[in-house]
Design a protein around this ligand. Structure first.
Ligand code: PMP
Length: 427
């Protein structure tokens, strides 16, 4: 079972000299795995599997943190990219693919009367916020969840160094499934809330008409409702959580799943609001980059012509149900929550707080068995029933060791490297 990660370690030493944090995406960095046991550098992917730089093979449940919906090296998206590559990448005039994709999105995303493009999910959420502030002529934003790397949002987090304290005054947090926390924000800030931005679902499912109540509150107070569909879009349903829950926001930000790994994000919304873009500054060099637009069209067409989303749902349900059944069997304080195409694992200590040591044992034991996973999983169309069966066997073996560690009381003893660290921490 031991896997050599010698090449990963060598690359890590080289990276440490030149790249702070050794990653471009915090959730992919070495601190999110058990250092000394798990791979650090990846080499290639095929279908639902990836190979690290030491040649070890893994069933991949991280999938680039969500963008891979079809699978690695998918022929449909690859062919579209190659065909466009021969024509050019980033031009100096708008390209017809921008219009073609817009016409496709208009048909599948309920709120998408107009669309604009960007690169990262963070670009799209920040644009939604700016458009909402311009449209309503108000400044305050109510947030619930993670919405990207920009100042307007990071001001609400623990890892807020470098963000002016002033920014905190412009954002208020509310709790998911707790409508009173949002009602209070509206009551205390009459006429000041520009928008509510939220994921329609992340781990908990909406209860007691939570989303419908939010829709009503926003309309009542003249604030815009923005759905952050960076994870839910092109995964939960083609048109995202707004299609799934039949609650239509005013604006929505899409990213990740739309182009099977190519960097594209989308701002979609009602026509009268999107037209604010005519005098809001939202512009970037690569917004109309054509390889990603071509990849998005090809990916969406694959999703429309094959049972991609059903597959994500049915395989995800098998994985989630097995995790929870085994958690009961081994009486572990762990749970898998969320909807089947993407769900999160929780690892709790005696005080009901996140137990990073227990999580570390899980991540380590799964990695040693050739399964790349951390605190959540994503499913893609290339995952097979055989992948799922192997993963469930690995869950059981990992859970047995976690049970042993909890019975022993000294969890650290069971971790063969440096434990997983939180992403949001005060330094
Ligand atoms: N919103 C949500 C819900 C996300 O999960 C993420 C990324 N994990 C973002 C926004 C930001 O997307 P990106 O990292 O592409 O900027």
């Amino acid at each position: 079972m031991a896997r050599s990660i010698r090449q990963s370690q060598r690359w890590l030493e080289r990276a440490k000299k030149l790249i702070p944090t050794q990653t471009q995406t915090l959730s992919k960095g070495p601190t999110q795995f058990v250092q000394g046991v798990c791979p650090v550098f990846v080499q290639r992917g095929q279908g639902s599997h990836v190979w690290d730089v030491d040649g070890n093979e893994y069933i991949d449940y991280l999938l680039g943190l969500g963008p891979i919906t079809l699978g690695w090296n998918d022929p449909a998206t690859n062919d579209a990219i190659k065909k466009q590559l021969e024509q050019g990448i980033t031009f100096s005039l708008p390209h017809t693919l921008e219009v073609e994709l817009a016409e496709l999105l208009r048909k599948i995303i309920p709120c998408a009367e107009m669309v604009r493009y960007a690169k990262n999910g963070s670009d799209a959420t920040a644009a939604c916020v700016r458009i909402a502030r311009a449209y309503t002529k108000r400044d305050l934003i109510a947030v619930c969840g993670y919405h990207g790397a920009q100042d307007w949002y990071i001001a609400t987090t623990e890892r807020d160094r470098g963000v002016p304290a002033l920014m905190k005054q412009l954002v208020r947090k509310f709790e998911y499934n707790n409508i009173e926390t949002l009602e209070r924000i509206f009551a205390e800030n009459q006429g000041k809330v520009a928008a509510v931005i939220m994921e329609a679902i992340s781990v908990e499912e909406p209860r007691d008409n939570f989303l419908q109540k939010i829709r009503k509150l926003c309309t009542k107070h003249g604030a815009l409702l923005i759905f952050d569909e960076v994870v839910t879009g092109f995964r939960l349903a083609l048109g995202g959580a707004q299609e799934f829950y039949k609650v239509i926001p005013d604006l929505a930000a899409f990213g990740k799943g739309v182009a099977n790994g190519m960097p594209l994000s989308i701002v979609a919304g009602k026509r009268r609001i999107m037209q604010t873009c005519d005098d809001v500054f939202f512009s970037m060099t690569y917004g109309g980059e054509t390889l990603s637009l071509a990849a998005a069209i090809a990916t969406i067409k694959e999703m429309q012509s094959k049972p991609v989303l059903q597959h994500l749902r049915s395989l995800g349900a098998k994985l989630k149900d097995a995790f929870n059944a085994l958690a009961s069997k081994y009486d572990l304080p762990v749970e898998c929550k969320g909807l089947p195409p993407h769900a999160a694992f929780s690892f709790k200590d005696k005080d009901d707080k996140e137990d990073l040591l227990l999580k570390s044992i899980f991540v380590q034991e799964m990695s040693l068995r050739g399964i790349l996973v951390t605190g959540a999983y994503f499913i893609c169309y290339a995952h097979t029933n055989e992948d799922i069966a192997k993963t469930i066997v690995a869950f059981e073996e990992a859970f047995r060791i976690m049970r042993q560690a909890l019975d022993d009381g000294n969890l650290r003893k069971f971790i063969k490297g440096t434990p997983v660290q939180p992403v949001f921490r005060r330094l």
